[in-house]
Design a protein around this ligand. Sequence first.
Ligand code: IMP
Length: 198
Amino acid sequence: MTGRRFTGDTLVIASHNKGKVREIALLLSAYVAHFPSAGDLGLPEPEETEASFIGNAALKARAAASGAKLPALADDSGLVVPALGGAPGIYSARWAGPNKDFSLAIDRVQQELGKGDRAAHFICALALAWPDGYAETVEGRVDGRLVFPGRGERGFGYDPIFIPNGHDITFAEMDPNDKHRMSHRADAFAQLVQRCFG
Ligand code: IMP
């Protein structure tokens, strides 16, 4: 499906996280020359008040596009466990607490799940917004199941407890290049490139 195309040579990355900005810039470097971040431009970080990944990505992208008067890209991602009613979902980062301690978040998932169904998926929503308020959005997904205790040291966040379907090792045990080929983020970027870039 084709949406509004990105033209121009500058895309604001609506994030204050340097690692995320670098990763996104790398993924889109074939299509865009300059990637100032919301942090570089001194734009405030809006509160994520929406109830969905797409809603929060669009809110962040629109705020940055209107502040910078340039197109802006934002993401929002997390782990969804249907047996927990979709939790931690959009609260995935917040379950790790102020110290971003994901062993806490993983313990909480295990406790709340008990003997419940281990099916889970990661979601990555991307929103590309323009200063006129228009936004294109996509949602990438990877399905799998949870394993406790966590295994592997190579990933971040909930990677140690997530085994993607068709595999028997967790995202944290996998070669990062293999994870990046099959992840929710890869799916979302492939959709966005097809719709708005290239
Ligand atoms: P965001 O950066 O505000 O979108 O928060 C996303 C949160 O979801 C992260 O802090 C992680 O906890 C979780 N998350 C998103 N993607 C992944 C992944 O690929 N592996 C593990 N955890 C992830």
